[in-house]
Design a protein around this ligand. Structure first.
Ligand SMILES: Nc1ncnc2c1ncn2[C@@H]1O[C@H](COP(=O)(O)OP(=O)(O)O)[C@@H](O)[C@H]1O
Ligand SMILES: C=C(OP(=O)(O)O)C(=O)O
Length: 455
């Protein structure tokens, strides 16, 4: 959109906010790295939006608030009020506009609180790389011995669920920076999906839902105030936003040393990617640039059943530079700090969606445990056809037969056909990444993708 259209929307939002008796103003920080902290001001009409950002951004101390000064960036959230559909570029009544020049964001026509946090995340994807800091759409946690793991993945792949681990310190569930001094969380809270949430499966998230937590899109009994986490009548995308301290084993301040493991999460609805594979650096780059997952119900509007999608760097909606710029930074950091790459399928096994089942969360947790402990590096590995992924022969606590997807499919031909289909989708997606003049993608990265013809 052009500057003029931004200003039309901005004026509409500001006029709307000015017409109210009361607005809420939050002054907060982004990024726990003290040297790269960003000051944000959020002006909103609804208490729920203000509390959401209070929970999600880093909360200033009273002294910091006193000396806050001029913010680096301001959000005008007039979400209850629509944009004018006759304004240039508007195709609906919803518009979320970000101006890097004005250092402002305007929200009209949507009250989904996540827009604010994701808008700020886009800003960080612009500001941080300029300082040679890599911004990451990933969860992050740290073991008792100081080993840090990153969990990359698109919405619904398990970043929040798997980074929230009773045996490890939580650094953050969704947005991080990797600088010369290590990792830092951008946020001060978590935004967990809570559809079908249970105390047994996710005790830490369950217990984090208490006074002060914002529950969004959930259905509850107004008399008893009991939430029905199974109710999908508003949307599957039900959410809980809580301050990160609501997780008992949080690492405060939310910073850590350089990562030891980089885990790429894909929720493969085709059911052909192995539950876990070890990646070399080129494969890690290939899969990072591809950013594959299946959109499942609840992640985007209109998705009723899973559909393959590719989102560069696991965050195409947020990145501001060419994907290979982020990939090159990631490769350099992983190489310099000796981090291992892994691909974990948190999606289907035993067949595609509709036939097979989603891999049990308890098995995925065992796989993640084996990555953290280092024991998975000791397994024997075998290379898969087409994708050339290295899969281990055993993982403690996981039935060995499921480690090789073909074993779990009763119809072997259907497995092969589906594998080829997915490989074709990967290749087609990667056609946009050529070994161009700027040497954007290296031969090694290109060769790390699926090779059709070997089957
Ligand atoms: N094997 C699995 N691994 C990870 N998550 C799973 C698995 N099976 C089911 N799930 C569910 O998938 C959802 C993952 O969502 P979440 O962790 O919020 O993703 P993200 O943070 O990446 O958006 C949760 O509701 C979780 O309970
Ligand atoms: C915040 C979102 O993403 P994630 O699921 O990665 O938290 C979202 O999709 O609104």
């Amino acid at each position: 959109m052009d500057e003029h259209s931004f200003m039309v929307n901005r004026e509409r939002a500001v006029d709307y906010l000015n017409s109210l008796d009361k607005v809420f103003v939050n002054d907060q920080f982004l990024n726990w790295d003290p040297e790269n902290k960003i000051k944000v001001r959020i002006v909103s009409a609804r208490a729920y939006h203000s509390l959401f950002m209070h929970n999600m951004c880093i909360r200033p101390t009273p002294e910091e608030l006193e000396n806050f000064g001029t913010p680096d960036f301001t959000i005008y959230n007039a979400g209850q009020f629509p944009c004018n559909r006759y304004t240039h570029y508007m195709t609906s009544s919803t518009s979320i506009d970000l101006s890097l020049a004005r250092k402002e964001m305007v929200i009209l026509g949507t009250q989904y609180a996540g827009e604010m946090k994701k808008g700020l995340f886009s800003l960080m994807h612009y500001l941080m790389p300029k300082r040679q800091i890599l911004s990451l759409h990933s969860g992050c946690n740290m073991g008792k011995g100081g080993d840090v793991a990153l969990f990359f993945g698109l919405s619904g792949t398990g970043k929040t669920t798997l980074s929230t681990d009773h045996n490890r310190y939580l650094i953050g569930d969704d947005e991080h920076c990797w600088s010369e001094s290590g990792v830092s969380n951008i946020e001060g809270g978590c935004y967990a999906k809570c559809i079908d949430l249970s105390r047994e499966n996710e005790p830490d998230i369950w217990n984090a839902i208490k006074f002060g937590t914002v529950l969004e899109n959930v259905v509850f009994d107004e008399h008893f105030r009991e939430v029905d986490y199974t109710d999908k009548s508003v949307t599957e995308n039900t959410r809980a936003a809580y301050p990160i301290e609501y997780i008992p084993n949080v690492k405060l301040p939310c910073v850590g040393p350089h990562p030891k493991n980089v885990i790429l999460l894909a929720c493969d609805a085709f059911g052909v990617l192995p539950p876990v594979s070890r990646l070399n650096l080129s494969q890690t780059m290939y899969h990072f640039i591809s950013g594959y997952t299946a959109l499942v119900a609840g992640t985007e509007e209109g998705i009723k059943e899973p559909k393959a999608t590719f989102s560069a760097c696991f965050g195409a909606a947020f990145i501001m530079l060419h994907p290979t710029k982020y990939a090159a930074m990631l490769a350099e950091k992983m190489q310099n700090h000796g981090a291992n790459g892994w691909l974990v399928n948190t999606g289907w096994s035993g067949g595609s969606y509709g036939c097979g089942n989603r891999i049990k969360l308890s098995y995925t947790r065992k796989i993640i445990d084996a990555i953290h402990s280092g024991s998975l590096l000791d397994a024997e590995y075998k290379k898969t056809e087409i994708f050339g992924l290295e899969i281990p022969n055993k993982v403690e606590g996981v039935p060995s037969e499921i480690l090789e997807p073909e074993n779990t499919w009763s119809d072997k031909q259907a497995y092969k056909d589906t594998l080829l289909k997915l490989a074709g989708l990967f290749n087609k997606n990667f056609e946009t990444f050529t070994i161009g003049e700027n040497n954007q993608v290296t031969e090694e990265i290109l060769a790390a993708g699926p090779i059709i013809g070997d089957a």
